[in-house]
Design a protein around this ligand. Structure first.
Ligand SMILES: [Zn+2]
Length: 95
């Protein structure tokens, strides 16, 4: 029940962002956030030290094998931003 309520909330937010973006004339593009907290935003690899699954939800910072130290949330946000830029670079089909 809680998950379906949460999904409905995200769906409403997404719908609102889509039409508000259209009204403002800006691009709205949804990206897949899978592995965004695990992938190192510096080297692009998934390190053995990166937080994985529910067991590592309390792991707020980690060090990649490339030497970068990451805050879990900031690293995830940087990866999602990079995913969005990659999609924009490839191009979005015009409907
Ligand atoms: Zn790294």
């Amino acid at each position: 029940m809680a998950k379906s309520t949460l999904d409905a909330g995200w769906s409403s937010l997404k719908t609102m962002l889509e039409y508000k973006s259209r009204q403002a004339g800006v691009i709205f593009e949804e990206v897949n956030e899978a592995y965004s907290t695990q992938i190192c935003s510096s080297c692009g690899e998934i390190s053995d030290n990166s937080p994985k699954g529910r067991a590592d939800l309390n792991k707020s910072s980690w060090k990649c094998h490339c030497g970068s130290v990451h805050d879990r949330d900031i690293n995830g946000a940087l990866n999602i931003l990079a995913f969005g830029h990659e999609r924009l670079a490839v191009g979005i089909p015009v409907l």
